[in-house]
Design a protein around this ligand. Structure first.
Ligand code: KG4
Ligand code: ZN
Length: 366
């Protein structure tokens, strides 16, 4: 019998349920089938606040999780009794939001008398990078999808709204964190700058759109925001508070608002596009710079794995084309929070019988 995993993700503002089938047949041991991939975003509930409100997030998960799981089972054409394993994000994330997912998953696993696997959300972001081809919700649901094993050692970069992790993977089993953020995560900086410019939440795609127009119009990096840390010892750490302050200063200058709360909401569209362009390039160059430091210091690196919400950004992908190492981006459709990544991480971690993969990296303390 094949393994059929129902995975639950509720760490932030997406309620997600996926169902993934793993072939136990040895001949097909590197294949999975994504039978259902349901993601219900709460963006509209949080948009008026310009960021995620934890209490609203938890209540929204609670209101929707049962229906989303029912829809996933229906779309997969399965009865709950056909599931063989439940997987869930155990953290990091918003505590109330996580509790809804964990208790739902635990209840389901207990009722069905099947195992429950709890996985780390940041680890799981990288798991979709192991799919050989990009996943498309329109055309790849229920199809056999091939998994690959990247060449090691590798550098892994996870960039999302809550995390910025640079790690060294000596093999798929062994992961050492080289650097994290000293203040804001990269996606969080996109969201905050977007809010300053009066754009919608989440800010990443909004900033990307404005920056794209600026680039099309031949705009050059006018504002030159900083992207290298002055502290030479922190060559693997990230920091976005300096860029955010620099953006605030520019908005203050351009709007003439000298004191109090500032907003660039009424700035001319072209100025907003230029600020978005300059911010985006500085934010992304910082990511590029830290990976460059890592591959310079570890010449043995063979591949670079990149995942997380920010990894959907096209300019980001473009910047990494210059690396000589194999650069593997997670499929854009699986970069933002979703439960398929939780199921894939579970497959890697539990090393199913007949499944030709090693367990996934465990963090080694620095
Ligand atoms: O991975 P994710 O869905 O959630 C967390 O685990 O945090 O990432 C969400 C983050 C948000 O901050 C969002 O603004 C950012 O990813 N993001 C982007 C883009 N699309 C989403 N940032 C830059 N460019 C994008 N196209
Ligand atoms: Zn995430």
């Amino acid at each position: 019998m094949n393994e059929i995993i129902l995975a639950v993700e509720s760490s932030c503002d997406e309620t997600a349920i996926s169902i993934v089938e793993v072939y136990k047949d040895k001949l097909k041991s590197n294949f999975v089938r994504i039978l259902a991939h349901e993601v219900e975003s709460q963006h509209a509930s949080h948009a008026p606040f310009g960021g995620v409100v934890p209490e609203i997030a938890a209540r929204d998960h609670l209101a929707k999780i049962y229906d989303i799981a029912s829809t996933a089972l229906k779309k997969a054409g399965l009865k709950p009794e056909q599931l063989t394993k439940i997987a869930v994000t155990m953290g990091p994330g918003l505590i109330g939001a996580l509790m809804v997912g964990v208790l739902f998953a635990r209840g389901l696993a207990t009722a069905l008398n099947i195992p429950l696997v709890a996985v780390n959300h940041v680890d799981a972001h990288l798991a979709p990078a192991l799919l050989l081809h990009d996943f498309s919700l329109k055309s790849d649901l229920s199809k056999s999808l091939h998994l690959r094993s990247p060449t090691f050692p590798a550098i892994a970069l996870t960039v999302s709204g809550g995390h910025c992790h640079l790690s060294y993977l000596s093999d798929i089993n062994t992961k050492k964190i080289l650097g994290t953020t000293l203040d804001d995560a990269c996606g969080e900086a996109f969201d905050k700058v977007a809010k300053l410019l009066g754009l919608e939440y989440p800010g990443g795609p909004e900033i990307e759109k404005l920056a794209f127009v600026a680039e099309q119009n031949g705009f050059q990096d006018k504002y030159q925001f900083p992207y290298k840390l002055s502290d030479k010892e922190n060559i693997y750490q990230f920091s976005y508070s300096g860029i955010k302050t620099a953006v605030m200063e520019i908005i203050r200058k351009e709007t003439g608002i000298k004191k109090g709360k500032i907003t660039g909401k009424d700035l001319p569209l072209e100025t907003k596009q230029q600020i978005a362009y300059s911010f985006q390039i500085a934010a992304l160059k910082q990511l590029h710079d830290r990976v460059l430091n890592a591959v310079k210091n570890f010449p043995e690196i063979k591949s670079i794995l990149i995942a997380g919400g920010v990894a959907q950004n096209k300019k980001f992908r473009e910047l990494f084309m210059s690396f000589q190492q194999e650069v593997i981006f997670a499929s854009p459709a699986l970069c933002s929070d979703n439960a398929t990544m939780i199921a894939l991480q579970t497959i890697i971690e539990t090393n199913l019988d007949g499944f030709n993969m090693q367990p996934f990296p465990k963090y080694i303390a620095k």
